[in-house]
Write a protein that binds this ligand. Sequence first.
Ligand SMILES: Cc1cc2nc3c(=O)[nH]c(=O)nc-3n(C[C@H](O)[C@H](O)[C@H](O)COP(=O)(O)OP(=O)(O)OC[C@H]3O[C@@H](n4cnc5c(N)ncnc54)[C@H](O)[C@@H]3O)c2cc1C
Ligand code: FES
Length: 500
Amino acid sequence: MVEKDGFEGKPTSVWLDTTPETHFDALATDLSTDVCVVGGGIAGLMSAYLLTEAGHKVVVIEAGKIVEDVTAYTTAKITSQHGDIYSYLIKAIGETKAKMYADANQSGLRKIVSIILDKKIDCDLVKQSSYLFTEKYRNVPMLKKEAQAAARLGLPASFVESTPLGFDKGAVEFRNQAQFHPRKFLLFLAKEIVKKGSIFENTRALDIKDGSVITDKGKVTAKNIVIATHFPFFDKERFYTKLFPHRSYVLGMRLKSEVPEGMYFNIDGNRGSMRNQIVDGKKYLLVGAGTEKAGEDADTEKYYENNKQYAEARFKVDSIDYHWFTQDNRTLDRVPYIGKLSQGNIYVATGFGGWGMTTSAVSAMIITDLISDKVNPWSPLFNPNRRAYVKYTKTLIGENVKLVSHLLSRRLKRHAFDLPTGFEAGEGKIIKVKGKKVAIYKDKKGEIHAMSPKCTHMGCTVNWNGTEKTWDCPCHGSRYNYDGKVIHGPALRDLEKEEI
Ligand SMILES: Cc1cc2nc3c(=O)[nH]c(=O)nc-3n(C[C@H](O)[C@H](O)[C@H](O)COP(=O)(O)OP(=O)(O)OC[C@H]3O[C@@H](n4cnc5c(N)ncnc54)[C@H](O)[C@@H]3O)c2cc1C
Ligand code: FES
């Protein structure tokens, strides 16, 4: 129930457009199991699959439908090349830990590829190079440094003077990386999981109490619980102070010219990300560009427009057939939070920073080892309870100042709105009705949907997203449809209805 319109092309991802909908039942009775995995994206399903393979009985709980949230809108490059991370990590956490990050992600890449090959999964796997490139001569030394850092850590990396793009000034090439169709891969894993365990859709986890996941449909009691809900829905460890959702926008386009081979990420500031994908026998170029703090800007259409201009300046674009966006959570030190929480047998996998294909595989391997009482060599690096704050005080303060200002804006701007005289169909606004702020959406039939603009997570004021027709929270990335129904957490409850 998301009303969309606006930009050119279908308002959905290539992955959703080319795979069938799933139909797993909702939870109907209370259950007991070895492991309850909460969240049916790549982190949850990869964990559920490896745990099942390791002999655990697994129940997956999914608030909506599996693989319809962030993972359905990714660009699905399976690579350990995560921007310019390796020179940064060596400086920030030292060579030993940086090598651990490199090894873990290369193993994540190999794990996904080996599952695909072993199980003969038809999911458009293509092995190819990943390039971190620049269009500016002044950034070449930075890339050379990154290539050296990555090679020193044992990664298959080298600096190359040019790439198949033709317009770059040089790049770091990571050889033997891969891309795939994430929904085809994960829907296959889901079928494997339910051979020995269960998946329940339309079942939202609301709390964890005494070893049980309490959902809106019943209770699952489990020896171990894995939180893979993107932003953790259960937050005793205060992830809300150390996870920051950022968004980017993708266009799926046909070109009049040859679509380049390879996967690309631009280091110059616009963070252009590219790869190709065959759809119905035709080759598409997927172009992602731009990034912003999730939910802060109501005018999301301009990001698609910028993205289009970025592509048109570099390729002969024939048609734009898809547009989509999604968001991912960054951590303070660019290393995801994966592992056991400080209380109970509860595990978490989050903070993938835009690189959740390999890091989800890493999460699944670490969590499976920990639950199976095996030593995992990388788990200390990803420990979700690590105290890295001192080094990252600047980021911490900057991001949390934004949070506090969003929380306060509710009070500061309380009287700043007046009832507008005109209200177009398809428009959403926050207005003042009888002295109270109300979020109003007028649908295409002229019907008014009125609700409180107060996010049910921690009370920040939501913003209207005119392109997607959703209410988006700038604090931790919760999203609601035009009628106030939660479509992305950490919020667990819908926006409160208002009478006007
Ligand atoms: C534009 C963009 C492009 C990207 N491209 C790449 C790429 O090329 N390569 C790469 O490695 N990474 C990429 N990423 C990152 C990657 O897509 C994400 O890190 C990854 O998909 C996150 O997976 P997840 O399983 O954590 O989240 P999700 O896929 O969102 O899964 C979480 C699931 O939990 C469910 N859930 C939430 N709350 C509850 C609850 N209370 N109860 C039950 N279920 C709940 C949700 O409905 C959802 O299905 C990209 C990110 C963006 C923003
Ligand atoms: S206040 Fe946290 S997501 Fe809205």
